[in-house]
Design a protein around this ligand. Structure first.
Ligand code: AG3
Length: 297
């Protein structure tokens, strides 16, 4: 026997009437491409709503724990968020000798901010998230990720990241674009005018890092985005991480740098409480399979 309990409009929880197994299986599928999906059994839907910008769901999955889904796309899960957040943060942070001011565009879940806050050199972190409800949901359902949002160095701005970056000049050491896929309000985050604004917003030795999707499924995006960053920054780099819940599991990051070379990182502080990142992974993440190398040549 199973029972569905409804709390208010959105909060659905499933309780087992018996002692052990649920008799009914619930599955969630992200259609990653028209022909491929990621499918997980779910314990239940913890939260679901339509925000001003997107449709949001927080699912409790058996395999990956709590999962944040925006417009049907898995953004992050308790089980594998550490890989993405460590790699989008520590690779640029350890490349720079002493990053003090960091701006995060997107990243309302707070996972990226949590990793940045590990650095004693950091004086100011500005999180620019367009959707206040993502931040609220993360505070409520993902305390593991949102835990540093109240760090005194962190300022949260609910605003359009593109407009905000355009307002800055020689302001920060690092800009991290922790965005959703290039749909809706995020489209402009993958375009040349935005990268030009990022260049102006950075100090003379500043660094840009952006998540740039799967080399396997999003080759066209990488083939167009990488040259855009390259026309704006004196040096451009491309690196990879293995993230189980993202399409194809192989994920990419693009770095634009004014001065520092990530292959010769200059950071003196190396975070120790990581589970994916370490100096060996830092170096090896720039070693690309041939088919990926071809995308960025
Ligand atoms: N942002 C990138 C997630 C993209 C996943 N794509 C997909 N599931 N089709 C992650 C934000 C985490 N802070």
């Amino acid at each position: 026997m199973w029972r569905l309990w409804l709390f208010g409009k959105n909060f659905i929880k499933i309780f087992e009437a018996g002692e052990d197994n649920l008799e009914m299986e619930l599955w969630y599928t992200e259609k990653q491409t028209p022909n491929v999906g990621l499918t997980c059994t779910v314990k239940g839907t913890l939260f679901r709503c339509k925000t001003e910008y997107q449709e949001m769901a927080v699912l409790d999955t058996f395999q990956f724990g709590r999962m944040l889904v925006l417009d049907g796309m898995v953004q992050t899960t308790i089980a594998d968020e550490f890989i993405y957040h460590e790699m989008i943060v520590h690779v640029p942070m350890c490349t720079h000798p002493s990053p003090k001011t960091v701006v995060v565009v997107g990243g309302g879940d707070g996972g990226t901010v949590r990793e940045i806050c590990k650095y004693p050199s950091v004086e100011k972190v500005i999180l620019v998230e367009i959707d206040a409800q993502v931040v609220e949901a993360s505070r409520r359902f993902f305390p593991e990720m949102s835990c540093c949002l109240d760090d005194p160095r962190v300022e949260i701005r609910i605003a359009d990241g593109i407009e905000y970056i355009h307002s800055l000049q020689s302001f920060c050491d690092l800009i991290i674009v922790d965005s959703t896929e290039p749909v809706g309000p995020a489209v402009g985050l993958f375009d040349t005018p935005f990268y030009q604004a990022v260049f102006r917003a950075l100090k003379d030795d500043g660094i840009l890092v952006a998540q740039t999707e799967s080399p396997f499924f999003n080759a066209d995006l990488i083939r167009s985005v990488f040259p855009r960053v390259k026309t704006v920054f004196p040096s451009t780099y491309f690196y990879l991480a293995a993230i189980p819940t993202y399409p194809s599991g192989l994920w990419s990051f693009t770095m634009g740098s004014k001065k520092y070379n990530p292959r010769e990182p200059e950071g003196t502080f190396i975070p120790q409480d990581t589970r994916y990142y370490w100096p060996g992974i830092h170096r090896s993440s720039f070693v690309l399979p041939k088919f990926v190398q071809e995308l960025v040549e």
